[in-house]
Design a protein around this ligand. Structure first.
Ligand code: UDP
Length: 476
């Protein structure tokens, strides 16, 4: 990535939705653009900024980029308050004056917006002031495309879903997915109880607005989702795929610093427990299944017990991330102390941490599989590491990602809507032993394609350069 001499006039305002996955991905993009010499203002909510600062000196990390600064928006509703639509309304009210002030006072002048694709309200402001706006979607192209097609599904009567008996019926109105996408695989907001929620309409409307942006950035790569990307490009011709973003950033930083070993910049919400790496060092190659459901999903105690017995009965080794306060009883009360039998069972084959250095874990030679909630970041990290997956999608886009992992990319198994110890045991053994060869083969092939995409001349590498050039052109 070349630095250009006319960078000083290109000033980009980056504005993520205040959820950890969104902030993390857009920070990575901000770092990539900073490395190319662009001036960046990163607009974050106070709450998100405090979360970021809890375990890492986030400001110091970005100090090395002279054109980079954080600006915060006061926020009354953190994302964990539950209602995404309400958070958006509050964010709209609170961010507008901050953006307006920035536009007046910034030097050099802000001449491009890159905003989270669900912050459509910024588009009105951008068009009023004739500032180009680019959307960034943090989800997979397949999930984005499913959201985009919701109005057609409603018109054809495929939505709303009328009951459980319809869940295995194929959807016909998502072009490119007609042969494998069941109603069960649509993003969870499309399910019966989801469609009455404001979040469903918010996501549908925000996604439809994408065509108003000058361009769209996606954290994916061409070889992974090319048929779906062609569909998207019929509506959003300028779609830049620059994923896997974490790996692209890592490789560009290695190139620019000439250092071979580089730990990925951590934007963690919880303190990372690195003792699991020492534990992994003592396990045989590809013998361990890594279990993690990301930063948001919660389990009921019953579900935890089913996973637990399934893992123990499989006789495989496991490394499990159980976040503090992420397990609840039937009444929704947080369970902090688990039954004695579970703790005993863990001693032989298992290791538990509250938060792991996930990318490093997935790259460890002892890891042979990943039991995941199919969050898009986790899915991409697993793909890059060539680790096959068992998917237990929790909500939102994860339902669609898991279908692609199992049916399209053949990178693992989908355990959607089931949480039963016998199934867990069988799937773990299928992934780790019985069907291992086929999964390992396709995972290795996809990892190779992911690496190719971020290497010099690869699709994501070139798309990033194109994006930077286009931003510079927008600034003249
Ligand atoms: N993660 C981590 N340590 C953990 C669990 C998760 O660093 O113990 C990171 C993981 O590497 C990924 C992110 O948290 O980058 C989870 O993002 P994802 O999109 O998979 O799911 P979400 O948390 O948004 O549901």
């Amino acid at each position: 990535m070349e630095k250009s001499s006319n960078n000083s006039s290109s000033h980009v305002l980056i504005f993520p939705f205040p959820a950890q996955g969104h902030v993390n991905s857009m920070l990575k993009l901000a770092e990539l653009l900073s490395l190319s010499g662009l001036t960046i203002t990163f607009l974050n909510t106070q709450h998100s900024q405090e979360c970021l600062a809890r375990f890492t000196d986030i400001k110091a990390r970005f100090l090395k980029y002279p054109g980079f600064r954080f600006v915060t928006v006061p926020d009354s509703l953190p994302i964990d308050s539950g209602n995404v639509a309400k958070v958006l309304d509050a964010l709209k009210l609170e961010s507008k004056p901050v953006i307006e002030k920035l536009l007046i006072e910034s030097n050099p002048r802000i001449n491009c917006f890159i905003v989270d694709g669900i912050l459509g309200f910024v588009t009105d402001l951008a068009s009023e002031l004739a500032i180009p706006i680019i959307y960034f979607r943090t989800i997979s192209a397949c999930a984005f495309w499913s959201y985009f097609c919701i109005p057609d599904m409603i018109e054809a009567g495929e939505l709303p879903i009328k009951g459980e008996e319809e869940m295995d019926r194929l959807i016909t109105k998502v072009p490119g997915m007609e042969t494998f996408l069941r109603k069960r695989d649509l993003p969870s907001f499309c399910r019966a109880n989801g469609m009455t929620e404001p979040t469903f309409y918010m996501i549908m409307n925000e996604t439809q607005q994408t065509t108003r942006a000058q361009a769209l950035i996606m954290n994916t790569f061409e070889d992974l989702e090319s048929p779906i990307l062609s569909q998207i490009r019929n509506h959003c011709p300028k779609t830049y795929t620059i994923g896997p973003l974490h790996e692209l950033l890592k490789s560009i930083k290695i190139r620019s610093t000439n250092k071979q070993e580089l730990h990925q910049s951590s934007n963690s919400l919880w303190e990372v427990d690195r003792t699991c790496i020492a534990w992994l060092d003592n396990q045989p190659s590809q013998s361990v299944i890594y279990v993690s459901f990301g930063s948001f999903a919660n389990l009921t105690l019953d579900q935890l017990i089913e996973f637990w017995h399934g893992l123990i009965n499989s006789n495989r080794r496991f490394l499990w991330v159980i976040r503090p306060s992420s397990v609840t009883d039937k009444e929704g009360i947080v369970v902090e102390k688990f039954p004695e039998e579970l703790q005993e069972g863990c001693k032989e084959n298992g290791y538990i941490v509250k938060w792991a250095p996930q990318e490093e874990v997935l790259a460890h030679k002892a890891i042979g599989g990943f039991l995941t909630h199919s969050g898009w970041n986790s899915t991409l990290e697993s793909i890059v590491a060539g680790v096959p997956m068992i998917c237990w999608p929790y909500f939102a886009d994860q339902q669609t990602n898991s279908r692609f992992v199992s049916e399209v990319w053949k990178l693992g198994l989908d355990m959607k809507d089931v949480c039963n110890r016998k199934v867990v045991e069988k799937m773990v053994n299928d992934l780790m032993v019985n069907k291992r060869e086929e999964f390992v083969r396709s995972a290795a092939r996809m990892a190779e394609l992911a690496r190719k995409s971020i290497s010099e001349g690869g699709s994501s590498f070139c798309n990033l350069n194109r994006l930077i050039e286009d931003i510079r052109l927008m600034s003249v």
